[in-house]
Design a protein around this ligand. Sequence first.
Ligand SMILES: *Cc1c(COP(=O)(O)O)cnc(C)c1O
Length: 226
Amino acid sequence: MPLATGTVAERVAALRERVDEVTVAAGRERGSVAILAVTKAQPREAVLGALAGGLHDVGENYVQEARAKYAGLPPCTRHFIGHVQSNKAKAIVGLFDVVQSVDRLDAGLALAKAARDAGRRLRVLIQVNVSPVERFGTTPAEAPRLAARLRDEGLDVDGVMAIGPLEGDIETAFRSAQATFRAVGGTTLSLGMSADWERAIRRGSTMVRLGTALFGPRPLKERNAA
Ligand SMILES: *Cc1c(COP(=O)(O)O)cnc(C)c1O
């Protein structure tokens, strides 16, 4: 992974260009892969910098952290990418536009209820587990059933999110994510992080989630807790 140098706006511009190059090289349409700026363990300035640099999508893993950073943001789409605790569903719906990490029925039902109570539609992705070292995510086999059930509950299930293994058989994991996305349907395959986004784009990702590549290393505290 290249060291993140320059201002956030410069890194955004450089990554936007590289993402587009890899997208075109993969035979896909320029601009068809979005960059989600993952700002966990980074200050509010990182969120503002990403938006000022021209990105539209920002993501956080923790409700508590997002609350402080998201007050009065310019227009953007806020993605929750952390583990969904059912008792936090109301807070998540209050703070985020999209929940990428719906990995089981009770979390989805809690979000559906919170969205109904708030009188809004909620876009979600099904988090699929394609890696032996990843704790969360439903199985590829279960994902279409979970998606159908949650659509019945009124959620806008718009695709799949997966976290690749950092080493080992990344290709098999990404193929599985791609196949699960086809089975679930929707418009978004959220796949690829700072270390593996190029490969993810070649496997059909429509959204790469970049933290370190945009903002540099996270403070140690958070890296240990993640
Ligand atoms: C932290 C995180 C990312 C970003 O990771 P980097 O390797 O820093 O790009 C992406 N997705 C999820 C779910 C994360 O928790």
